[in-house]
Design a protein around this ligand. Structure first.
Ligand SMILES: Nc1ncnc2c1ncn2[C@@H]1O[C@H](COP(=O)(O)OP(=O)(O)OP(=O)(O)O)[C@@H](O)[C@H]1O
Ligand SMILES: [Mg+2]
Length: 329
């Protein structure tokens, strides 16, 4: 039993009178205390996947099917997050499952002091009164290695740097000791030094609190550094998943090979991959069959008719490509 079991999750985006497929039935698990990467180019559906877990999808998006079982306690039957009511979800969000976003400043309230924003989460979940929440917030600021905790506690968001704002977001996300922390491109907007600090902090939260982390990034070099296992997403599908070591040494999907070959960085965001022609198809242009076929150097007739079934390559390595497991030399 995994901590989180996502099965056949489908999400559509309403456009005019149609519902276009943004996530086409994805499956993945996150184990307790595990760090899992989710990689793929811009527009592949990484954020929609994350927001589905918390049921915080944009208004235009709609969950069309599937299940997301959250096994918070091994003694109890897991709950399907897709069938919980809003009150039950509010108890889970920020407490059992929390999320940090790419733009920390946009997630913090500019009019409320940092300390109050951290302690509020505890109070909201009934995990402490004002005094206890204040002490816990200060303790968390200190644990996250922010110098002069009192000063940070009393500061407003605009008085601290972007890197510090992101660390504050991590403090808010970690204060209730969640079982799962979703980090959506947490360091993309930051300089190299801040980026390293963020990864170190997330690593500490994983080790010290036993939180699982879903680490979303379009940057495979970061995923490689930080995750033992990762998922590769393309045009609303998970096309390959497995141990990071295996995926890097023996990628079975041509898209994964392309991503590894390109190892994109911040400057490449949203641009075509250096060694794969074309772009991710928009949700209006998704055809039946393998969505990668139009860009794939090995695609044949068969790739155009249906999305390839999963090939199990052993050791938790799975790929959706008709050539998986066969020689691609
Ligand atoms: N609020 C929205 N309204 C309409 N369509 C949306 C919205 N959010 C996402 N989409 C559609 O869903 C697709 C997947 O979006 P998503 O944000 O999940 O991609 P992503 O992989 O997180 O990309 P990025 O790396 O740029 O963050 C987009 O290409 C877009 O077509
Ligand atoms: Mg995103």
């Amino acid at each position: 039993m995994s901590l989180l079991e996502v099965r056949n999750l489908s999400v559509g985006i309403r456009r005019k009178n149609k519902c276009l497929p943004a996530l086409g039935g994805i499956d993945f698990d996150i184990e307790a205390a595990e760090i899992v990467g989710l990689a793929g180019e811009s527009g592949c559906g990484k954020t929609l996947s994350a927001l589905s877990i918390l049921r915080l999808l944009p208004q235009a998006a709609e969950i069309e099917g599937g299940s997301i079982i959250f096994n918070a306690d091994i003694k109890e039957k897991g709950r399907d997050l897709l069938s919980l009511d809003e009150a039950a979800l509010c108890r889970i969000r920020g407490r059992d499952i929390s999320m940090i976003f790419q733009e920390p400043r946009q997630s913090l309230n500019p009019l409320i002091r940092i300390g109050a924003q951290i302690s509020e989460t505890l109070k909201l979940h009934g995990l402490g009164d004002g005094k206890q929440a204040r002490a816990a917030a200060l303790d968390m600021i200190e644990k996250l290695g922010l110098a002069e905790p009192e000063k940070i506690f009393n500061a407003y968001p605009h008085q601290i740097s972007g890197g510090m704002c992101q660390r504050v977001m991590i403090a808010i996300a970690a204060i209730c000791r969640p079982r799962l922390l979703i980090a959506d491109e947490p360091s993309t907007a930051l300089d190299q030094a801040s980026q390293n600090q963020i990864l170190t902090l997330l690593g500490q939260i994983n080790r010290n609190f036993g939180a699982s982390i879903l680490f979303i990034s379009h940057d495979l070099s970061l995923v490689r550094r930080f995750c033992r296992r990762f998922l590769v997403m393309y045009a609303g599908r998970i096309v390959e998943k497995g141990p990071a070591e295996t995926l890097f040494s023996a990628p079975a999907h041509p898209y994964t090979r392309g991503l590894i070959g390109a190892i994109p960085n911040r400057e490449h965001r949203g641009r075509p991959l250096a060694n794969i022609n074309g772009r991710v198809p928009s949700i209006e242009d998704r055809l039946p069959g393998c969505p990668f076929a139009p860009r794939c150097p090995q695609a044949g007739e068969r790739c155009l008719s249906a999305f390839p079934p999963e090939t199990d390559l052993g050791g938790g390595h799975l790929a959706h490509c008709i050539m998986a497991g066969k020689s691609h030399a």
